[in-house]
Design a protein around this ligand. Sequence first.
Ligand code: SF4
Length: 246
Amino acid sequence: MARVETPAARARRFAKETHLGLVRRARKIDRVLADTYPDAHCELDFQNPFQLLIATVLSAQTTDVRVNMTTPALFAKYPTPEDLAAANPEDVEQILKSLGFFRAKTKSVMGLSVALRDEFGGEVPPSMDKLVTLPGVGRKTANVVLGNAFGVPGITVDTHFGRLVRRFGWTQETDPVKVEHEVGELIPRKDWTMLSHRLIWHGRRMCHSRRPACGVCPLADLCPSYGEGPIDAEEARKLVKDGPPN
Ligand code: SF4
């Protein structure tokens, strides 16, 4: 019969981990998540970089599902930055109404479109330096766009990603830029975009901020935070969400 590791023995195992051990464990976690979520991908619908940029900005404080229900009407009426920049704000507000904060979001996407039209010839620039000059675009949004619309590897540090990498003991940092750099040291650059999707999927489905489903988690043996949520399989199973809730 397999010996059960006590919490104290487990804590000792992670406490004496070397940097090389940490790198190996981080890559193993990524492999296990790749097997667990072979379909992980950006959950926002888009057909071009402009659409992804707008959808990412709209996704603040709401769900990707809700954004996906809203953007087809928006892009049908305003397919280009020029169209959206010249829109009547009240018409845009009407389309974005179900998203919450729709007045602020209307201002954001229209301001963004004006900047794209006036400073970038109506094209989304494929570089971090330029993307972050756009109003309302930070590194997180820029990395989503670079990774998913341009194929440039990027680490997207959203709330799920930050929580999970701290639970994994990959970093203690809370500043997203520092998190991005520390995680970037552990995982090969080519894997950054998919790593981001996998962690976000795991955070949405199993490793919740409150009550993670530790008892059925495929990372149980690799995670120093195992036990933060219920370890009883029955109880943990009830916490697993199939779809993208947030
Ligand atoms: S063992 Fe628990 S805390 Fe660790 S990744 Fe799994 S669900 Fe999250």
